[in-house]
Design a binder for this molecule. Structure first.
Ligand code: NAD
Length: 256
């Protein structure tokens, strides 16, 4: 264990199972000495989280549906009373109705649009607002995005629109929170086979294309993402804010 994140209280939102990007980040942050606080959605996720963290000793985990004002209130008030100070937050949460990822983009329902934007974008603004109150020693807020925000990735549909809004939110939040020494960034991750990714049509084709065309000739791993998250959450990235950092084996630079 090293200590790049020693004595830092870091809230990790979005561990569903061992394939989750948030779990890759949690493991990397823990290895650097962070005090982790987790949220989970529902009993199944709680059970999975407890199993995954069984060798981390007693962990602190709170139920949180980001669409619920009540859950968000109790999460942040619990963190405030137990820790007082928060140093880092990882928002690894997104949701879209499966029919909006399976149908054509122009058929996106109004209801599906609202839900995807609410859970995948507004939740980020909401956690940034709440976290800043507790980041009295400065801090780092991190979210996860995908290049479907800037390029068409057939089937990514409403999530592409949501990620574009999320990336703009990163820039606006970083501007406003900078004077409190709170940095806000996003990792634009290459495709990783997670539960959420399985909802995207032809996802395995995307993995194949990246492996073939990316400069590094492979897909990224949870370890790749975890290492960058440690950099973004800690002091090594002290001058960096408002950025969308591609961790995708270089795929985004390719023209063909
Ligand atoms: N997997 C990929 O290829 C990929 C690529 C780039 C970006 N991302 C992004 O990474 C993030 C994490 O996704 P993942 O791929 O690890 O999938 P995942 O399914 O493992 O994690 C998604 C998490 O979002 C949570 N979530 C959904 N709705 C919620 C709600 N209402 N309240 C609270 N939590 C809720 C789920 O419970 C789950 O823990 C997402 O923002 C995703 O868009 C994923």
């Amino acid at each position: 264990m090293s200590d790049l994140l020693k004595n830092k209280n870091i809230l990790i939102m979005g561990v569903r199972n061992k394939w989750s990007i948030a779990w890759g980040i949690a493991q990397a942050a823990k290895a650097q000495g962070a005090n982790l606080i987790f949220t989970y959605l529902g009993d199944r996720e709680k059970e999975s989280l407890l199993k995954l963290t069984s060798d981390m000793g007693e962990i602190d985990a709170y139920p949180c549906d980001v669409g619920s004002e009540e859950d968000m209130d109790s999460l942040f008030s619990a963190i405030k009373s137990k820790y007082g100070v928060l140093h880092g937050l990882v928002h690894a949460i997104a949701f879209a109705k499966s029919e909006d990822l399976q149908d054509t983009f122009v058929n996106t329902s109004k209801d599906g649009f609202r839900l995807a934007m609410d859970i995948s974008v507004y939740s980020f603004i909401d956690v940034a607002k709440r976290a800043q109150e507790l980041m009295t020693e400065g801090g780092s807020i991190l979210t996860l995005t995908y290049r479907g925000s800037v390029k068409v990735s057939p089937g990514y549909n409403i999530m592409g629109v949501a990620k574009a809004a999320l990336e703009a939110s990163v820039r606006y939040a970083s501007y406003e929170l900078g004077n409190k020494n709170i940095r806000v960034n996003a990792i634009s991750a290459g495709p990783i086979k997670t539960m959420s990714a399985k909802g995207v049509k032809n996802f395995s084709d995307i993995l194949d294309v990246v492996e073939k065309k990316a400069p590094l000739k492979r897909n990224v791993t949870l370890e790749d993402l975890g290492k960058t998250a440690v950099y973004l959450l800690g002091d090594l990235s002290s001058g960096l804010t408002g950025e969308i950092i591609y961790i995708d084996a270089g795929y985004n630079i390719m023209g063909v």
